[in-house]
Ligand binder design. Sequence first.
Ligand code: KDG
Length: 311
Amino acid sequence: MVQDRLDIVALGEPLIEFNQTRAADPRAYVQGFGGDTSNMAIAAARLGARAGYVTRLGGDSFGRLFRELWSEERVDMRGVAIDADAATGVYFVTHGAQGHEFSYLRAGSAASRMRPETLPLDVVRSARLLHVSGISQAISASACDTVFAAIDEASAAGALVTYDPNLRLKLWPLPRARATILATMARCDWCVPSLDDALVLFGGDAAGAVAACHRAGASGVVLKLGAEGCIVSDGARQQHVPAHRVTPVDATGAGDCFDGAFATRLLAGDDPFAAAAYANVAAALATTGFGAVAPLPRDADVRAALGRVAA
Ligand code: KDG
């Protein structure tokens, strides 16, 4: 058993990011960091949680960059293994009239070679909350099996499980994604999809999407509406929580920031509606700069924007 108990353990694939940040020079890319679950863990750590990450990195310089990043961000790396025979994944972010778009170089990556047998059980069992995503499941069959194994371990150890379907149809076809996502909703405590993803998965409208997540078995649902805030349903009570207004620059990683902030505040004892209000502000602040990680806010930034004093 890992001696120091972690608040949050996230599991998935980190990606080196190349982000097109200057409209005037569309060939200029700035190197940053991404990967939805890594973003979530860093957001949680910046907001005060003891966060750890479970993945496999390539034995390459990009893998080393991630280790330096997590060390600076105080993300626990006892669940991070090096796979010398594979590469760390990469993605490119381009910006156009429809917002941001992702292109991937990740097939066969180190993280996609996660298997249930490589799961660091002591790290997973040490967490108060496990966070996984549809991307963690989409990258390979063995990574998908690993996500289910981690959910079983964490649940058996009494942890909460949060799940962001983060639908990426470049990674898997909709019928397989839908079946896997529904099966995972049945095993999570809080499902935190975006409205865009929920509409592709379920059709209908926002209220129908919340109901569909509950029907699939999720005990709690937060439907993220982007600039419109979110709808929170704990199964008994449902409420729209309005957004915090900012001038957005790049929404990459904002949903992951929401997930990290929501989990951090739930564990700190906020009720889910207050946790979502805080997470709305954190996610809004995360859109005010380029990249998934660089603009992730700290607790003091969120409290200042909320007008809340430290608890
Ligand atoms: O939510 C932002 C992530 O999607 C981004 O960082 C890259 O994880 C990523 C992915 O697989 O799309």
